[in-house]
Design a protein around this ligand. Sequence first.
Ligand code: C5P
Length: 403
Amino acid sequence: MRLAGKHIILGITGSIAAYKAAILVRLLVKEGAEVKVVITPYGKEFITPVTLATLSRNTVLCDFFKHDDGSWNSHVELGIWADLMLIAPASANTMAKMAHGICDNLLLTTYLSARCPVMLAPAMDLDMFQHPSTLKNMDILRSFGNIIMEPSSGELASGLHGKGRMEEPENIVQKVVEFLGKNDQEKKKLKGKRILISAGPTHEKIDPVRFIGNASSGKMGIALADTCAEMGAEVHLVLGPVNMIPNNRLVKTYPVVSAQEMYQKCIELFPGCNAAIMAAAVADYTPSETSQEKIKKKEKDLTIRFVRTPDIAAELGKRKAEGQILVGFALETEQEKDNAVKKLSTKNLDFIVLNSLRDAGAGFGADTNKVTIIDRAGKSEDFDLKFKQAVAVDIIEKLLTYF
Ligand code: C5P
C-alpha cells in the first residue's frame, strides 16, 4: 500500500490507450490511493464510465452540470482535494489545450485550478508525437513544472512502429510512488521552521486619492511564500498592495500599505522566526506630510517634500539573534554586484538575491526572473532565467544550507 491516503485525480483523454486506464485505476486503488476519474467527452468513446466508476469506487466526472437536477461538479474543490493529478493517456489535443490555458471541458478546468503536481503520460501516433507543435507544447508544460512520462517506442494502434505508446500502467504507478515519496520528503524540509517574508510594493500617501508607489507585482515574494509553505514551513507574509494572493492557504498573510506599516509588522513578527526573506520593494521615501484633503490643482508647480522611510531589512539585521537567517534582494541598474555586496554587509544579511533590470524577462511584474545569489563568504552563483516559482526553489535551497 505505497499510496495509502493519497488523493489522485486520474484524467483520461480521447486516445485508444484509454483502455489501459482501467488497469491503471485498479493498480492505484490496490496501492491504497483514493482515485477520482475525470474524463473528456472523447475519452468516453474509448472506455466507459461504468468500468472506471466500478474500479475507482467513485463517480466518474465528465460534465460541468448534471442536466437532470442542475447540480454541478466543482473542479475547484477537486483541484484542492488532490495530492496529484495524473493524466493518462494524455492526447496531443489535451496537451495543446493545457499549454495554452484552454478549458472547454471538466478535465481542463480541473487542470487549471489544481494546486497539486501534475504528471502526464502522453499517448499518440508517432507522427503526432514528433510534430514540432506537440514537442513545443510539451516543453511549455514542462516549464509549468508538469512532469511528462515519455512514451515508449513500439507497435502503435495505427499499425506503425515508433514513439508514442503510453507508458505501461505498472511503470506509471511506480513513477507516481517515487514522485509522491520524494514530494513528501520535500514537504518535510522546512517543517518546524517559521519564516517571515515581505513582498510587493508599498504605497506612500500624498493625499486621500494619490500615492507614490512602484511597479512591484509581489510575484517573487508570493512564490517564495507558497514554496516555503509547501515545504512545511509556517509562513508569515507581510504583503504590500498587490493584485494577487498566495495559492497555499496555509500562508498567513498580513496586508499592509505603507513602508511604516510594513516595518511595524515585520519588527513584530521577526522574533521567533528562523529566517526572514525581504522580497518587498519598499519605498525609500514618503511624503513628509499627507494632505487630509485632495490637493487642488493650482497655476504654480507643486513641490512635495519627502522624508526617509525606515529600512526594514537593515533594522532586522541589527536585531538578528544567533541562528536567525536574513535574506535580502537587490534590484540594481548599475555596478550590480558591487552594490549587492555592499548591501550584504550594511544590512547584515546572510545572503542577497540580485536581479538586474538589464536582463530581459527579469525583475518587476515579469513571470520570470534571472538572479545571482551572493553570500557572506563571497560565493556568487548565477542562475538561468526561470519562472519565479523555480527561482523561489533555488533561493530556498540556498536557505536550507544554513539550517
Ligand atoms: O537598499 P535597497 O532598497 O536597495 O535594498 C533592498 C533590500 O532591502 C530588499 O531586500 C528590500 O526588501 C529591503 N528593504 C527594506 N526596507 C526598506 C528598503 C529596502 O526592507 N526601506
